[in-house]
Design a protein around this ligand. Structure first.
Ligand code: NZQ
Ligand code: ZN
Length: 382
């Protein structure tokens, strides 16, 4: 096990009715004037936006609104949001939604106090030194963004999807009521589930030895998601199962499962290029890439794949574990091939080159991949 520092500073309010306390939480942790940031229409249709606004008003918090975040959030709206925050003098940002809204909110929070262009944070030109405080009302378990410092944004110019990280944008609080996820379409639920599984597997496949406890914690999270995901697809209003998935989404990505180990993250890097170029849902891209990547790197550490097969799927052979994962994604009606996402091989090389910075770097830690490796994985997934 490697040395580590661990902290999970986000205060979580979990369970039925917790969104009623958003006004008080916002007043205490964000300030008296907040930007309410949200997506397209789901929170308006469900009535959540009205309830949140009422709670904020009752607590004496003034609200400035900015909706319209698209899945795979865009830089342009973030730039507009930064100007709005500045001109209105908002003190904090409240995101209501999923990873896309939260990440857009984080980017705005980082950009407000920065003199240069916010995209600088996403291309390694600058590190955020400060940010507006941030709160979240989560409506889809998937990205884990509600309790982490990552933000992923797409620059329409060049279709570049990039990650920035800063401890300053780790949300101060996250309100997580599983009932708010009842309205999720089945496909979004499944995509979210695939993302949660991917966050665990990116950590699970490590070269660091003697990480037994985190191995077993990863396996437990995977087992629980595998059991409860089909249940929520059958019964969208099953509170217990929705609650298990929602908490799994946070635990999978708040750093708890990767203490003392070094994760891989190749599939995430490749997927970000896919959704940057083709605007596919992140979880759908991962569902296609993960099994292909696993087959490609299997011989690097067959024993670890055997452990995955045995402990997660109760199967003997390494290959059977990979097949079981691919079959599970299929049963959730997720795509199994890139062609099902409308992606052919025309831009594989371009995509792989984008991923490796034109061949200047390797991607992933378990098996560092070069441009040719990535093309080979994409070929296996087509
Ligand atoms: O826009 P609305 O109308 O709200 O609809 C959304 C959106 O179309 C809908 N939705 C959300 N909650 C709903 C709902 N529909 C009905 N009922 C509800 N309760 O779901 C759609 C997808 O939302 P989105 O926020 O895009 O989903 P997700 O949470 O999967 O976020 C994906 C984004 O997060 C990034 C991904 O790359 C992608 O851009 N990630 C962020 C990470 C991070 N910050 O650490 C890590 C992840 O690996 C990931 O890269
Ligand atoms: Zn992810």
């Amino acid at each position: 096990m490697q040395n580590f520092v661990f902290s999970a500073p986000t205060q979580i309010f979990f369970g039925r009715g917790t969104e009623e306390g958003v006004g008080e939480a916002a007043k205490k942790q964000l300030g008296e004037k907040v930007l309410l940031h949200y997506g397209q229409s789901s929170i308006i249709k469900s009535g959540l936006k009205d309830r949140v606004c009422r709670s904020l008003r009752d607590a004496g918090v003034e609200v400035v609104e900015l909706g319209g975040v698209l899945p795979n959030p865009r830089l342009q709206l973030v730039r507009e949001g930064i100007e709005l925050c500045r001109s209105q003098g908002v003190q904090g940002v409240l995101a209501i939604g999923g990873g896309s809204v939260i990440d857009s909110a984080k980017a705005m929070a980082m950009g407000v106090g920065y003199q240069g262009d916010v995209w600088d944070f996403f291309v390694g030109k600058a590190m955020a030194q400060r940010a507006l405080p941030l709160g979240v009302v989560l409506t889809i378990p998937a990205s884990g963004s509600e309790a982490g410092g990552g933000t992923v944004l797409t620059n329409e110019d060049g279709h570049l999807k990039r990650l920035a990280w800063s401890e300053h944008v780790i949300p101060r609080f996250a309100i997580m009521n599983p009932e708010l996820t009842f309205t999720l379409p089945a496909y979004q639920t499944a995509c979210g589930g695939a993302d949660i599984i991917a966050h665990v597997l990116e950590r699970y496949f490590t070269n660091v030895r003697e990480v037994d406890l985190t191995d077993r914690l990863c396996e437990a999270v995977l087992r629980s998601v595998i059991v409860h995901l089909p249940v929520v697809l059958e019964e969208p209003e099953n509170y217990g199962a929705r609650a298990e998935i929602m908490w799994a989404g946070t635990v999978a990505h708040n750093g708890f499962l990767d203490v003392g180990r070094l994760g891989d993250w190749a599939c995430h890097s490749i997927e970000h290029e896919l959704s940057g170029l083709y605007d596919v849902p992140h979880g759908a891209g991962l569902a296609v890439l993960l099994p292909a990547w696993m087959r490609y790197v299997l011989e690097h550490d067959r024993e670890r794949f055997q452990q995955f097969a045995k402990r997660v799927w109760q199967l003997d052979k390494a290959e059977e574990g990979i097949q079981a994962l691919a079959g599970f994604f299929r049963r959730l009606n997720l795509p199994g091939r890139l062609s099902e996402l409308g992606i052919d091989d025309a831009r594989f090389l371009e995509l792989a080159r984008k991923c490796t910075g034109n061949g200047t770097l390797k991607v992933g830690n378990f098996v560092p991949l070069d441009t040719e490796d990535i093309v080979a994985i994409l070929e296996m997934a087509k």
